[in-house]
Design a protein around this ligand. Structure first.
Ligand code: ZN
Length: 169
C-alpha cells in the first residue's frame, strides 16, 4: 500500500499502450474485450516531478513530522496558503534528530511458517503444511525519512511555483 502526493492540474504525459491482442496476434481483434478493436489505450500519468509515492508507513511518519499527521487518515491536501507553514515544519523536522528518531523503525524479518501448521490430506497421504508467509520489512532509517521529507519539500516547492495545491491519498 502506498500514498501518492500529486500536484493538482499537473501536466500529463500520455503514452500509447498496445493491447495484448495486438501483441499476440500482430493486429487489433475487432471484438477484443479489452480494447474493443482499438488496438490499445492511452495511458496518462502526471509528468515526472509532479508526484511522489511513499509507502504507507513512510507517509505516516513524514506527515507526522511535517505537522500534517491526522490520525490514521492517509489522504488529504496541502493548500497553497498552508505551504509556507509546512515548509517551515520541514526545516524544523530536518533539524530535529529527536523527532526523526521517534519515527525510526528497525528492519524486521519474519521467517516463513510462523503461523503454525495444518494438515492436508491428498488421497491417503497426509501432508504437513507450514503456514505464514515470509515477511521482510525494510524499516525506516533516519536517512530514508530525510530523503522522503526532501522529496516532499521539492514537490511543495514546485507546487508553489505552479500555484497549485497538492492532494495525497
Ligand atoms: Zn485488444
Amino acid at each position: 500500500m502506498s500514498v501518492t502526493f500529486t500536484i493538482t492540474n499537473a501536466p500529463e504525459v500520455k503514452t500509447w499502450c498496445e493491447c495484448t491482442c495486438v501483441i499476440n496476434m500482430g493486429q487489433p481483434i475487432p471484438d477484443c474485450p479489452i480494447c474493443k478493436g482499438k488496438g490499445g489505450h492511452i495511458y496518462q500519468e502526471p509528468a515526472p516531478g509532479y508526484s511522489v509515492d511513499l509507502a504507507n508507513e513512510s507517509a505516516r511518519a513524514v506527515l507526522r513530522l511535517i505537522g500534517l499527521g491526522c490520525g490514521d487518515d492517509l489522504w488529504g491536501n496541502i493548500d497553497i496558503d498552508e505551504m509556507p507553514y509546512v515548509r517551515r515544519r520541514i526545516l524544523m523536522a530536518l533539524n530535529s534528530n529527536v523527532s526523526i528518531e521517534a519515527e525510526l523503525k528497525p528492519a524486521s524479518h519474519t521467517p516463513g511458517g510462523h503461523a503454525g501448521i495444518r494438515i492436508e490430506h491428498h488421497d491417503n497421504i497426509a501432508e504437513i503444511v507450514h503456514m505464514g508467509a515470509r515477511v521482510h520489512n525494510a524499516g525506516l532509517s533516519s536517512e530514508r525519512i530525510r530523503r522522503h521529507i526532501h522529496s516532499i519539500d521539492r514537490l511543495i516547492e514546485l507546487a508553489q511555483r505552479e500555484n497549485q495545491p497538492i492532494t495525497f491519498g
